[in-house]
Design a protein around this ligand. Structure first.
Ligand code: PGA
Length: 266
């Protein structure tokens, strides 16, 4: 049964995942342009997070603080441990110290290219929350899984393993992004109705693994080739509370238009 976003307290959340793009100089330009394009009304209606590469975070924190921007700072990943012999990894402690509020965990690019499994992703979810930040947990199926009718089985297992040790209160504040792997960076997206169906099933899974109140409160995003031209139909779906945007978030004009979907849509 789809829930009604307008009656709940689920503020829409639009997140820009820059992936491995924009050095710290380019990041400053991008955010300054975005801040110029977004108005107070936009930030009142939609929470906006940006997820630059690690090497940009300090510059972004300084810019956001100095100009009192209402953009929220996010990271793209972290290690589950606080410290130790993990060459090349970044601790969630460091991210919290830099004013990071959101951390993407279990992105399919990390699961597929860097071998991150469900158990490792669950540890990251716990680590991010331990340090007062909000995880954006990514789940999604491959094209082969979709074509074999395994989409719901796959995402339910991913949701269950990441959440089963979390409390209801912890899950209420989380974000889950449903990102079909075949739609990421390909220009193909799930139809808004297909995305709604999977996202409604994710909400039901949260209810069965955690609690009904957690399922009603958790915010669920769609991700995969979201553009300014497609956002409005996606956000009309009752269970979709936001979007995780990759490629289109690199262009501040396009990303601002995505954040401003209400102006064009309703
Ligand atoms: P895309 O990426 O918008 O470029 O498809 C989405 C993501 O991977 O977060």
């Amino acid at each position: 049964m789809p829930s009604d976003r307008t009656s709940g307290d689920r503020t829409p959340i639009v997140s820009g995942n820059w992936k491995m793009n924009n050095n710290h100089f380019e990041a400053i330009q991008c955010v300054q342009k975005l801040a110029y394009l977004l108005q107070k009304d936009d930030f009142d209606a939609v929470e906006v997070t940006i997820h630059p590469p690690f090497t940009d975070l300090r510059s972004m924190q300084t810019l956001i603080d100095a100009d009192q921007l209402r953009l929220k700072l996010g990271a793209q990943n972290c290690h589950p441990d606080d410290k130790g012999a993990f060459t090349g990894e970044i601790s969630p402690v460091f991210l919290a110290k830099l004013g990071v509020q959101y951390v993407i965990v279990g992105h399919s690019e990390r699961r597929e290219s860097f071998g991150e499994n469900d158990e490792f992703v669950a540890r990251k979810v716990a680590a991010v929350q331990k340090h007062g930040m909000t995880p954006i947990l990514c789940v999604g199926e491959t094209l082969a899984e979709r074509e074999s009718g395994l989409t719901l089985d796959k995402v339910k297992v991913q949701v269950r393993s990441a959440l089963e040790k979390r409390t209801s209160e912890q899950v209420k504040s989380m974000v889950i992004a449903y990102e079909p792997i075949w739609a990421i960076g390909t220009g193909r997206n799930a139809s808004p109705e297909d995305a709604q169906e999977v996202i409604a099933a994710i909400r039901e899974e949260v209810a069965s693994v955690v609690s009904r109140p957690a399922a009603q409160a958790i915010r669920l995003q769609y991700g995969g080739s979201v553009k300014a031209g497609t956002i409005a139909d996606i956000m009309r779906q009752p269970d979709i509370d936001g979007v995780l945007v990759g490629g289109a978030s690199l262009d501040p004009t396009e990303f601002a238009r995505i954040v401003q979907y209400r102006r064009h849509a309703f």
